[in-house]
Design a protein around this ligand. Structure first.
Ligand SMILES: [Ca+2]
Length: 158
């Protein structure tokens, strides 16, 4: 009986693991496959060990990269998370996250970027899908100087 129980809990864990993975709406959010899935101003570099990250040299122009066709059919709320780290000489206006609906209407949020020579995680609970079937995620790096590293973008149903 115990053996069956463990077997059952093992298979439900496996099921949960698969479900989490299947719920990810972004492709290559961790940049391990280079720039695949992303468009716009983005460069992928080897950060440490086997980890690749997106690196943006901040300048006087807004730079943006995006991923189209996220399947949000029948979803009401999604959660965006990502990690960033700025160089010690970074000065800038931060970044803007934007979800663009097929009618080109969009909802955005701008944040300042924290320093301190460490990775910070940011999370946005987004509920403005408004019946769209597909949505675009765009990240705009606002003007400034220094370097921003970004990694582990994820968009999942809430
Ligand atoms: Ca990565």
């Amino acid at each position: 009986m115990n053996a069956i129980k463990s077997l059952l809990s093992a298979s439900s864990l496996l099921l949960i693991a698969c479900t989490v993975n299947a719920d990810e709406l972004l492709r290559n959010g961790d940049f391990e496959r280079g720039t695949s899935g992303w468009k716009g101003d983005r460069k992928v570099v080897e950060y440490s060990g086997n980890n690749k990250v997106c690196e943006i040299k901040v300048d006087d122009d807004i730079q943006s990269f995006y991923q189209e066709d996220l399947d949000v059919k029948d979803l009401k709320d999604i959660v965006l998370t990502f990690k960033y780290k700025v160089s010690s000489d970074y000065k800038g206006r931060g970044l803007t996250m934007k979800f663009i609906r097929p009618d080109r209407g969009f909802t955005y949020r701008t944040i300042d970027l924290k320093g301190g020579d460490k990775w910070h995680t940011y999370k946005w609970n987004f509920g403005e899908i408004r019946g769209a079937d597909e949505i675009t995620l765009e990240i705009e790096i606002l003007e400034g100087e220094g370097t921003i590293l970004l990694d582990d973008f994820s968009v999942t149903p809430k």
